[in-house]
Design a protein around this ligand. Structure first.
Ligand code: NAD
Length: 339
């Protein structure tokens, strides 16, 4: 039986990855600052711990592991990574996690380690035209990511590659492009655009308005999480290809059109209002030429299918929260009475 450690197993993609590894028959240890909010982490062992602490890392990285999947990062959507206010924490926390995990993997003789980088490593100068962004893997240098989040990921990519070259370990790296889907962060400030828009639409009253940051002409592509996990597994199983490689969708869409798609799925009659807000680069799209060639991977379904699944799940969460809020005053009044 293969054994794996998933760092960031309490998070969105980490949870889905644990589920997939368990289906494949792995023994899995998960580690995260927190338990998976939606119970989506069927690991054999789960450690609540801070990977910035080398003692925690020494405890979870054991020499019997066949593979490590390092997904833990201090991250969020544009509201978290593009405002500047979280930059020191993002760089400090994520760099420390990567420094600790990689060095402990070397000390314990781990042979295979996977790292999630991001499309945010690509230079801003290639993403100024919303209709024609360039994000092929070889376009990453000269480097000019538009966020410190992207710079930290690029530094860590280089660190993983260096250990791979010099420390007798196989290092696999993906650059993920906007992964979305059920059981992910949908509220609280760290949610990414697809989840935030689904939430806004689900919360809006019939005939109401939803706000979209920027002029809404900025473009992105979005990939359903199950497709992403399939790509990660193919990369890990490949005997001779290590990346860094994009995992994303090539179905580029403007944010206004994405919002219109969600509104259409909801069946509501809503108006879009564009407001000032953090938007990141002007255009971004995955370039899948390399992953098609090396891993024969491509998304299996169109964007709309994934948005339908995700909207349904987020609308359910919004409804659950609304019901919970309705009962709040009754509970607190009762509590007061008892006291
Ligand atoms: P997520 O925030 O849901 O998961 C990250 C997890 O890391 C969280 O559960 C968090 O608690 C954990 N973590 C943070 N600091 C930690 C620490 N000090 N010790 C232990 N755990 C810690 O994010 P996600 O969307 O699942 O992303 C997973 C990885 O993929 C991240 O590295 C992210 O940068 C990368 N990525 C994600 C996307 C995307 O669209 N979701 C795109 C590009 C790259």
């Amino acid at each position: 039986m293969k054994t794996a450690l998933v760092c960031g197993a309490g998070g969105f993609i980490g949870g889905h990855l644990v589920t997939r590894l368990k289906k494949e028959g792995y023994w899995v240890r998960g580690v995260d600052l927190k338990e998976n909010e939606y119970g989506n982490c069927p690991s054999d062992e789960f450690v609540v711990g801070d990977l910035r602490d080398p003692l925690v890392v020494a405890k979870v990285v054991t020499s019997d592991l066949n593979e490590i999947y390092q997904l833990a990062a201090d991250m969020g959507g544009a509201g978290f990574i593009s405002t500047g206010i979280n930059d020191a924490a993002i760089m400090h926390n994520s760099a420390l996690i990567n420094l600790n995990v990689l060095e402990e993997a070397r000390v314990k003789g781990i042979k295979k380690i996977f790292y999630t980088s991001t499309a945010c490593v690509y230079p801003e100068y290639n993403q100024m035209d919303p209709n024609n962004p360039k994000c092929s893997e070889d376009s990453v240098y000269p480097a000019e990511p538009d966020s410190e989040y992207g710079w930290e990921k690029l530094f860590s990519e280089r660190m993983y590659l260096t250990y791979g070259r010099t420390c007798n370990m196989t290092v696999k790296i993906t650059r993920l492009h906007n992964i979305f889907g059920p059981l992910g962060t949908w509220t609280g400030g760290r949610e990414k655009a697809p989840a935030a828009i689904c939430r806004k639409v689900a919360e809006a009253p019939e005939g109401g308005t939803i706000e979209i940051w920027g002029d809404g002409l900025q473009t992105r592509s979005f990939l359903l999480v199950y497709e992403c996990v399939e790509g990660i597994r193919r990369l890990m199983e490949s005997p001779d290809f290590a990346g860094p490689v994009n995992i994303g969708s090539e179905e580029m869409i403007s944010m206004n059109d994405f919002a219109k798609m969600v509104i259409d799925i909801s069946g509501k009659n809503l108006t879009i209002k564009n407001i000032t807000g953090p938007t990141g680069v002007r255009g971004r799209n995955s370039d899948n030429a390399l992953i098609r060639e090396k891993l024969n991977w491509a998304p299996s379904q169109p964007l709309r299918a994934g948005v339908e699944t995700t909207y349904k799940w987020i609308a359910e969460q919004v409804e659950k929260e609304r019901r919970a809020k309705q009962t709040e005053p009754i509970l607190s009044a009762k509590h007061k009475h008892v006291a």
